[in-house]
Write a protein that binds this ligand. Structure first.
Ligand code: 5BU
Length: 261
């Protein structure tokens, strides 16, 4: 599936979720469909990344449980930086339990994810109850959910049926589920947002099963909307310069898809 030929701003008009509409418009306004996967383990480093690369990104993706010196001050400061530089925060928590348990994991514990993450994600494997549980916490706070339809890793078990069934679950919760973590667009419906990890210019993967495609491939061939880049930027000598390259490449591919370039 080639993905929507409409602009993000046009698609925003079709969104049942206000946050999805805000996200789509933000990408056009800021001219970036780059999400930074900020996979660092110290609070200071995470904040420095948000400060330094915030102007280039639409979304900051965190793994809050890899931070070794977490305090609530970190997420408070992240929210301030998100406001200042106009990006959304996505906690890549990959919830995967029954509805009642994920409610607690989302709302409570040390991290209190629902208090600061605009967007979270979950596996559809447990069935619709997981989405229902997360929605009970998230909807009142105007948050949103992405379902994992397909992973970037070699040998994953998410086949075409699994992706189609994931789409069907998402369709039952159109106000809370705003899209998918996937390697390709799943539907022609313009309101779904497709985010793709496993994006890098150089390198085909890592030693632990990660597989990479280029920004152009992700956006133009596979019809995704947002490229998620971690080590392609984090391992570069000049992270600002690297982020600019990914941003330009991802956004130009989108403009080309819309026929604008
Ligand atoms: P990388 O350094 O660009 O390879 O990091 C990719 C990030 O995206 C990392 O945080 C993963 O946990 C995340 N990820 C992924 O790589 N592949 C997937 O299918 C999903 C998440 Br879902």
């Amino acid at each position: 599936m080639r993905g929507s030929l409409l602009s993000y701003t046009e698609r925003a008009k079709h969104c049942p979720s206000a946050l999805a509409a805000q996200f789509l418009r933000l990408m056009d306004e800021k001219q970036t469909n780059l999400a930074l996967s900020a996979d660092v383990t110290k609070s200071d480093e995470l904040l420095a990344l948000a400060e330094q690369l915030g102007p280039a990104i639409c979304l900051l993706k965190t793994h809050i449980d890899i931070i070794s010196d977490f305090t609530p001050q970190l997420t408070k400061r992240l929210m301030e930086l998100a406001k200042q530089h106009r990006f959304l925060i996505f906690e890549d928590r990959k919830f995967a339990d029954i509805g009642n348990t994920v409610k607690h994991q989302y709302e409570g514990g040390i991290y209190r994810i629902a208090d600061w993450a605009d967007i979270i994600n979950a596996h559809s494997l447990p069935g619709p109850g997981i989405v229902k549980g997360l929605a009970e916490v998230g909807l009142t706070k105007h948050r949103a959910l992405l379902l994992l339809a397909e992973m970037s890793s070699a040998g994953h078990l998410m086949n075409a049926d699994y992706a189609a069934n994931t789409l069907a679950i998402a369709e039952s919760f159109p106000e809370f589920v705003i899209g998918f973590i996937t390697q390709h667009a799943l539907s022609t419906d313009p309101h779904w947002i497709y985010l793709t990890p496993g994006v890098q210019f150089n390198g085909s993967g890592d030693k632990l099963g990660q597989q990479y495609i280029s920004p152009e491939h992700a956006i133009l061939e596979k019809g995704n909307d947002v490229i998620i880049v971690g080590r392609g930027i984090l391992a570069a000598d000049d992270r600002v310069k690297a982020a600019k390259k990914y941003r330009d490449s991802g956004f130009n591919a989108y403009l080309q898809r819309c026929g604008g370039k």
